[in-house]
Ligand binder design. Structure first.
Ligand SMILES: Cc1cc2nc3c(=O)[nH]c(=O)nc-3n(C[C@H](O)[C@H](O)[C@H](O)COP(=O)(O)OP(=O)(O)OC[C@H]3O[C@@H](n4cnc5c(N)ncnc54)[C@H](O)[C@@H]3O)c2cc1C
Length: 351
């Protein structure tokens, strides 16, 4: 009997496994590659909402947990995961510059928003009103993390690469059985795959498809993230990620021509140098109706839990939400009411 069975090895599953290991709990992981969000993510951590110049939900608290978390993983896995990069927000007008300055005066935001206007000196960009700089931002190499964490678990015999087959699981009072595994608790961290779960599919996970291009643009010569109508994120070797789209209907991981054209159209409003497309990826963000994570205990099966709903900010939210869930299960600490799935219990009983 192990303490935990974790289903899903994206940012959510990895963060929870790390908490389990730190607390000396035994566990096994089952994951497939049906969902791609953590693999294809831009990986940015940026606590400021760049549309409105406001702080994202609990962003400072999350960042304070996320930074040591990824640093710890770098040491453990011996890989580079965290890259500090400032984010530049292109201003569209003088009014926007003024709104930025007002925001930069506010407590909390003042730590992140630089009060200097950065003049555009890059001939490849059209930005007559310059940029505002967000500080203390960066990028986690999520695909490196997923690959090396998977290897680490495999070397220790803790990972089974397969699709969790719900017909092979049984819930008892004091444990869950799944094929030959018996676990005291099971945590589903399956991202948009939650839709296939007979236990948690009552939860209002919408899912938002996102697509990203990789371009090669030798003349761009930009070392910072630039946010205009799209993001460009430097990858080195003249490569840049461009994204992302937000689409609510299509729930496949297939890149589409439509999204490519949309990204190119937006990119060309500010990037004025030649480039070629070298890659195109897509994934489904696990987004929730009320824009808060889905964390907590199943209404009937008391040893069954969910860790999901990180939307477009999984990098920052995952370590925070995992700690919340672990403390809730093991020490009985209250979950933050905004993330607790008990806010949707009525839906469970009305289904
Ligand atoms: C294009 C794009 C760009 C993004 N950019 C950013 C960004 O810059 N910064 C940021 O913070 N966030 C970003 N995100 C959001 C981020 O990717 C998500 O918030 C995060 O990855 C969600 O992690 P997760 O572990 O909950 O889900 P997932 O990454 O979807 O992982 C779930 C895992 O569970 C597995 N699984 C599902 N069902 C089963 C099953 N039945 N059996 C076994 N395994 C199963 C899946 O295959 C997958 O491995 C982006 C997302 C997209 C799509």
């Amino acid at each position: 009997m192990v303490d935990y069975l974790v289903v899903g090895l994206g940012l959510a599953g990895i963060s929870f496994c790390e908490k389990l290991e730190a607390e000396g709990k035994s566990f096994r992981v089952i994951s497939d590659n049906s969902q791609q969000a953590s693999l294809v993510a831009g990986g940015l951590y940026n606590p400021v909402i760049l549309k409105r110049f406001t702080m994202a939900w609990k962003a400072k608290e999350q960042l304070e947990k996320a930074m040591p978390f990824y640093q710890g993983l770098e040491r453990k896995l011996n890989v580079k995961l965290d890259e500090k990069i400032p984010v530049l927000r292109k201003f569209a007008s003088i009014e926007e510059q003024n709104t930025w300055f007002e925001a930069a005066d506010k407590p909390g935001l003042d730590y992140f928003l630089s009060t200097n206007i950065i003049k555009n000196e890059n001939p490849s960009i059209d930005a007559p009103f310059g940029f505002g700089e967000v500080k203390h931002t960066g990028r986690i190499h999520t695909n490196t993390l997923i690959a090396s964490y998977g290897e680490y678990l495999e070397q220790n015999g803790l990972l089974q690469k397969e699709t969790f087959d719900f017909s092979c699981s049984e819930a008892f009072n004091d444990h869950i059985s799944y094929k030959s595994i018996k676990a005291k608790q099971i945590v589903f961290a399956t991202g948009y795959g939650l839709k296939n779960s007979p236990f948690f599919n009552y939860l209002p996970l919408n899912g938002t498809k996102g697509e990203l291009l990789t371009i090669k643009a030798p003349d761009y010569k930009e070392t910072r993230v630039v946010k205009s109508s799209v993001f460009t994120i430097p990858l080195g070797d003249d490569l840049y990620l461009v994204g992302a789209t937000y689409k609510w209907k299509d729930k496949t991981n297939m890149p589409t021509e439509d999204a490519k054209n949309e990204l190119l159209e937006k990119l060309k409003t500010f990037l004025q140098c030649d480039f070629e497309i070298v890659n195109h990826v897509a994934g489904i963000r696990p987004t929730v109706v009320d824009r808060r994570p889905l964390v907590g205990q199943h209404p009937e099966h008391k040893n069954m839990y969910v860790l999901n709903g990180f939307g477009s900010r999984g990098v920052m939210i995952a370590p925070y939400a995992s700690e919340q869930l672990f403390d809730y299960i093991e020490t009985g600490n209250e979950l933050d009411s905004e993330i607790n799935i008990d806010r949707f219990t009525k839906k469970y009983y009305s289904n």
